[in-house]
Design a protein around this ligand. Structure first.
Ligand SMILES: Nc1ncnc2c1ncn2[C@@H]1O[C@H](COP(=O)(O)OP(=O)(O)OP(=O)(O)O)[C@@H](O)[C@H]1O
Length: 449
């Protein structure tokens, strides 16, 4: 009794904070603490349930005929030249070398009439098209935001990429993307049909490609026999090469994609390849390489010189294309930690197998009908040339198109190389084919368009 009696005057004492009594302050403090706690708990629960429903939606949406791939996108922060080797951290490389000064953060403010190449959509139009961005219309989610399927008022089907707008970085990428790809049209590229920039919202509206992406078909559950036959795989490789050749050689200024990978190769029902996601593309002045202010790409596909120096030109895309072609041949991911250590890195395993003349064992076991040895050798040689450590020795994308299509490649060009550059050993034909000492550059006709 004596104790509580003594504490009462202390509680009723006035404090120096706005002359409030001590007990009032205690009550205010407790109320704030309880509110913060409640808000935190509510936020966590909401977050969890929205993530869960998004996952369910993704499964629902693509469970038809397109296989699912479980994706964990993790950012890898690169310090200096060392790429983090932690397996858990290797899905995505995103290295900030220094803040870009060339790209303005201002929102574009076009009018529907003046953008020329497409349309500026209002938020309302895109809300209507996507059922208010309903979960049922989610196609998937990438590093830049959620992609929705939408039907415009004229009945055309589109993919609406709702960019994460709360990051300055996404705004910059948005502007780069719009300006770089707005006017680009090619049968092997996913066309941008418009965009929306309203308030804080930033959205890109693309043509809809209806048969999933290459990553899903290569690494999803397709059963014991892949629907991607050898011929289909080569068709996808050639189509991708044509799309990239157009970006590199058919535009002025040229465009380097910067994130060539299997999830960015969309497929239609006839297995035509459509290269998507120009979010990382950057316009380049012709004839010069370009030191970019940011290095971006996906781990496993990034060329060594691009990863370490930020030196960017189209040969970085050629390297990534080489990895993609390896992926098509082998059905393996560029980095796969579920494999034995010697096979985790696709490039190392691939080179080792070729060096020990076991090239035919590289073939994806899910391919039922084997390609001809000539066709396989041609593809293997193209891979090796694309991943040449000397970026200057890598072929151009237009040349790659011809190499992949030419019936007599590598045999004719290899013959020329041998005649001109070195005395052939008596080694077997495959060794000669796969290891020319210098790359012959046959004269290619520019027919890749
Ligand atoms: N035009 C399109 N038509 C149909 N599906 C698309 C289209 N664009 C993207 N998608 C699908 O939406 C999903 C997300 O694509 P997005 O390009 O945003 O990410 P990603 O390529 O998976 O990853 P990242 O952002 O790292 O490139 C993928 O499943 C992709 O196949």
């Amino acid at each position: 009794m004596a104790t509580s009696g003594a504490s009462l005057p202390l509680l009723t004492n006035r404090t120096s904070i706005a002359g409030l009594k001590f007990y009032v302050l205690v009550i205010i403090f407790l109320a704030i603490a309880v509110s913060i706690l409640l808000i935190t708990v509510l936020c966590i629960r909401r977050n969890r349930s929205s993530k869960k429903s998004q996952m369910q939606v993704k499964v629902k949406h693509s469970s038809g005929t397109i296989p699912l791939v479980s994706k964990e996108i993790v950012e890898v922060i690169k310090i200096g030249n060392v790429i983090d080797d932690d397996p858990k951290m290797q899905k995505q490389v995103e290295c900030e070398i220094e803040e870009s000064s060339s790209v303005s953060v201002e929102s574009p403010s076009p009018s529907p009439e003046n953008i020329g190449w497409g349309r500026w959509y209002t938020l309302k139009e895109l809300e209507n098209a996507t059922g208010r961005f309903s979960d049922g219309n989610v196609i998937g989610e990438g590093g830049y935001g959620i992609v929705y399927r939408g039907i415009l008022q004229d009945g055309s089907v589109v993919a609406v990429k709702n960019l994460l707008n709360n990051k300055g970085q996404a705004e910059k990428e948005f502007k780069v993307e719009v300006e770089a790809i707005g006017k680009v049209r090619h049968k092997n590229l996913v066309g941008l049909v418009g965009y929306c920039a309203e308030g804080a919202q930033r959205m890109l509206v693309y043509e809809y490609v209806d048969n999933g992406n290459l990553e899903q078909w290569l690494h999803g559950d397709v059963g014991p026999i892949s629907p991607l036959t050898w011929d289909i795989r080569m068709k996808i490789a050639v189509g991708t090469a044509k799309g990239l050749a157009y970006l590199h050689e058919g535009l002025e200024p040229k465009v380097v994609h910067r994130d060539v990978k299997s999830s960015n190769i969309l497929l239609d029902k006839k297995w035509n390849a459509r290269v998507s996601d120009f979010g990382l593309a950057k316009l380049l002045g012709s004839g010069k390489s370009y030191v970019t202010t940011r290095v971006m790409g996906t781990f496993g596909y990034v060329s060594p010189e691009y990863a370490s120096t930020g030196m960017l030109n189209e040969s970085s895309d050629v390297y990534s294309f080489g990895i993609l072609l390896m992926e098509l041949i082998t059905g393996r991911s560029p980095i796969d930690y579920s494999r034995p250590p010697a096979e985790m890195n696709l490039v190392d395993w691939f080179k080792g197998m070729v060096a020990s003349r076991r090239g035919d064992e590289l073939l994806d076991p899910l391919i039922e009908i084997q390609p001809s040895p000539r066709s396989l050798k041609r593809a293997l040689l193209v891979c090796l040339r694309c991943i040449d450590l000397d970026a200057n020795k890598r072929p151009k994308m237009g040349q790659i198109v011809h190499m992949l299509e030419a019936d007599d490649f590598p045999f004719r060009s290899d013959l020329r190389t041998r005649e001109k550059d070195y005395v052939p050993s008596q080694a077997d034909e495959s060794k000669k084919v796969l290891y020319p000492t210098r790359h012959a550059e046959p004269v290619y006709k520019a027919s890749w368009r």
